[in-house]
Design a protein around this ligand. Structure first.
Ligand SMILES: NC(=O)c1ccc[n+]([C@@H]2O[C@H](COP(=O)([O-])OP(=O)(O)OC[C@H]3O[C@@H](n4cnc5c(N)ncnc54)[C@H](OP(=O)(O)O)[C@@H]3O)[C@@H](O)[C@H]2O)c1
Length: 271
């Protein structure tokens, strides 16, 4: 039985852990506080309390990794909440702590935030040109992952929806919203989990993938329609032009492992 250690069992990491357990993997999972530990244990995850800081890792990281065949990095940059957070430094520390002698694989969950908002249509071969600090850090972290181990795989996730999470909840009833004509780059949790399970099951290491729904809708139209269908107050978008053109394409997964998105419309009613 393979052991998978998920660093960050939050909204996505915990659901992924659950799916891996159901497939027969043993799963170590981490949260940052003692009070969340029991919730992991309750679904069969071997729980750890770990916190990756800029210059140290708090908790028993050694034991978390000792039997791991795969480590999945599933914690966000956290810069919005803590402007002093240095995500790239944190990922570098995680990598430096991995046992170099072992065959432990690394599945690094990154973000389409590595691309700048005005980069237009981009695919896995496009050079990311981040235009925000968080994007620069995400990219630096990716480079560290690739430099550490050529067998590591990076999955850049689109905006996550599902399981009670959807941007329409924040946008409903808001006024003065920009970028009505910008494409959406969303992906449903159910598709993300199926995607990551396939990467693991099929041993797809040493790759960079985009996990983003192939249906890119116009922000203004999409969120207005979602509000109408769900009886929410309508959002008001500004009419002027916007240069937010980023459209992130997944041009690999269908070809490499026959992946099909099941919930490509990313509708609120499916969350
Ligand atoms: N949200 C999005 O739309 C989006 C888009 C693209 C990519 N992603 C990526 O998807 C992954 C999962 O995101 P998510 O939405 O599931 O995040 P989340 O719900 O915020 O969960 C993050 C988990 O990581 C833990 N954590 C946070 N900071 C940590 C640190 N410094 N050291 C150790 N553990 C830490 C949290 O612990 P506690 O449970 O104790 O808080 C939590 O368990 C991340 O890699 C993120 O960058 C997300």
């Amino acid at each position: 039985m393979k052991t998978i250690s998920i660093l960050g069992c939050g909204w996505l990491g915990k659901a992924l852990a659950d799916a891996l357990l159901k497939k027969g993997y043993a799963v170590n999972g981490s949260v940052r506080s003692e009070k969340k530990r029991d919730a992991l244990k309750a679904i069969g995850i071997t729980p750890y309390v770990l916190q990756v800081e800029n210059t140290e890792i708090l908790g028993d990281f050694k034991s978390f990794l000792s039997a791991a065949d795969i480590i999945i990095t599933a914690f966000p940059p956290g810069i919005r909440r803590n402007p002093n957070a240095n995500y790239a430094a944190r990922i570098k520390q995680v990598l430096a702590s991995l046992p170099s002698h072992s065959n432990c694989k690394c599945l690094h969950l990154s973000s389409i935030g590595v691309f700048g908002a005005t980069q237009g249509e981009v695919n896995e071969s496009t050079k990311p040109e981040p235009d925000r600090n968080v994007g620069t850090q995400l990219l630096e972290a990716e480079k560290a992952v690739i430099a550490f181990d050529t067998n590591a795989t990076i999955v850049r996730l689109g905006g996550l929806v599902g399981n009670a999470r959807h941007p329409v909840k924040q946008l409903a009833g808001k006024t003065g919203l920009a970028s009505a004509m910008a494409p959406t780059n969303l992906v449903h949790q159910i598709d993300v989990i199926a995607f990551l399970l396939a990467v693991i099951d099929k041993n797809l290491w040493g790759q960079t993938f985009h996990c983003v729904s192939p249906l890119h809708q116009l922000r203004g139209e999409f969120y207005t329609q979602e509000c109408i269908e769900n009886g929410l107050p309508l959002p008001q978008f500004l009419s002027g032009k916007s240069n937010r053109s980023k459209k992130v394409l997944d041009t690999k997964s269908a070809e490499v492992f026959g992946f099909k998105y099941q919930l490509a419309r990313c509708r609120f009613k499916d969350c």
